[in-house]
Design a protein around this ligand. Structure first.
Ligand code: ADP
Ligand code: MG
Length: 340
């Protein structure tokens, strides 16, 4: 009901130099909500553990007090729910829902940029909660001052508490994260293989987890245990498959547009109607899956969108491929077509 991922707890969060300040602040906020850092503003690049850490605060608070009202929402969903409530005259219920919680977790707050109505609503939500000493935690890919087109009165409130960053994990932390993950998945992986993967993947934790999954899948396919040389082959195969496919983002875009009967301009544009948003998200997802382009590069090819938008789209479709038969079929058909 609080929409928390059960895996995102403090127990499963590995602490290292890159995140120890953020971790300490999160633990403190969970222990004495509303009392120490309010709001707590966690910022940093994609895939570095912001969402995980923020949700860990929610779990911890509910462990300490099962009655605690914890609400997690992405700023995009907050916006969508607000628009829906305006269209259906249910704004009162919307307000009650957000203004009567003990802990509000708002993820990826940078998406409030340019959204005046949502900023106005969030301003009042923030004030009400803060007045009542209710804990507010936000994440963002950048500092409050660097969020584009956001009201000064919000920026100043974002800085009332503590802003703390998470940076990319060092090698030792990456190894520790992999080891922990392997244990959780009951995978037997020798240390030299873990080190190898951690050395190869130095971008972010999300990519690290993805690499581990590839290695696992590769070992199943080859029906051999995981060792360093198998890990090397798996990661090489992944890189080769992507660069050799010769697929470009623009080929993927054309195919998706044809499939859904929409224009390239709409696909790259900003319209938020469902008939365009879904194809756009699928095209981003396929670009990520089938080319070796990075998130920012893909964002650029979709009319200069932020890398976090691409990431959200990928997450969304990954989810829908499992839960939505229609999306699953569309993705499969498109993949088949693109491979020929
Ligand atoms: P962000 O919100 O910063 O983009 P996430 O919180 O979604 O990143 O983290 C991406 C993935 O990496 C998640 O599966 C998360 O559990 C994992 N992760 C990130 N940091 C850590 C960490 N320090 N320890 C364990 N897992 C981590
Ligand atoms: Mg996140």
């Amino acid at each position: 009901n609080s929409h928390l991922n059960p895996k995102y707890t403090f127990d499963t969060f590995i602490v290292g130099d890159a995140n120890n300040m953020a971790h300490a602040a999160a633990v403190a906020a969970a222990g004495e909500p509303g009392e120490i850092y309010n709001p707590l503003f966690i910022y940093g690049g994609v895939g570095l553990g912001k969402t995980h850490l923020m949700q860990a605060i929610g779990h911890e608070m509910m462990n300490n007090n099962p009655q605690a009202r914890v609400k997690y929402v992405t700023s995009e969903n907050f916006t969508n729910e607000l628009i829906y409530s305006i269209q259906h005259s249910t704004q009162k219920a919307f307000r009650e829902e957000y203004r009567n919680v003990d802990l509000l977790l708002i993820d990826d707050i940078q998406f409030l940029g340019n959204k005046e109505k949502t900023q106005e609503e969030f301003f009042h939500t923030f004030n009400k909660l803060h007045e009542n000493n209710k804990q507010i935690v936000m994440t963002s890919d950048r500092l409050p001052n660097d969020i584009n087109n956001i009201e000064a009165r919000l920026v100043s409130r974002f800085k009332w508490g503590l802003s703390v960053d998470i940076t990319a994990p060092d090698l030792e932390t990456r190894i520790a994260i992999l080891r922990n993950k392997a244990e959780a998945e009951k995978l037997e992986i020798p240390d030299d293989a873990l080190s190898y993967i951690a050395q190869q993947i130095n971008t972010n934790v999300r990519e690290l987890e993805g690499a581990l999954l590839r290695v696992q899948a590769y070992s199943t396919m080859k029906n051999t245990d995981i060792d360093k040389s198998l890990a090397a082959d798996a990661l090489k195969a992944l890189k080769l498959a992507k660069s050799k496919s010769g697929l470009t983002v623009s080929t993927i875009q054309s195919k998706v547009c044809k499939y859904y009967h929409i224009t390239i301009a709409d696909l790259k544009g900003k319209k938020r109607v469902k008939s365009i948003v879904l194809p756009r998200q699928i095209a981003m997802y396929l670009s990520r899956e089938l080319t070796d382009k990075s998130l920012p590069q893909i964002g650029m090819e979709f009319g200069g969108k932020d890398h976090t938008t691409v990431m959200h789209s990928c997450d969304k479709i990954t989810e829908l491929v499992v839960s939505d038969e229609e999306v699953k079929q569309a993705v499969e058909e498109l993949k088949d077509e693109l491979k020929n």
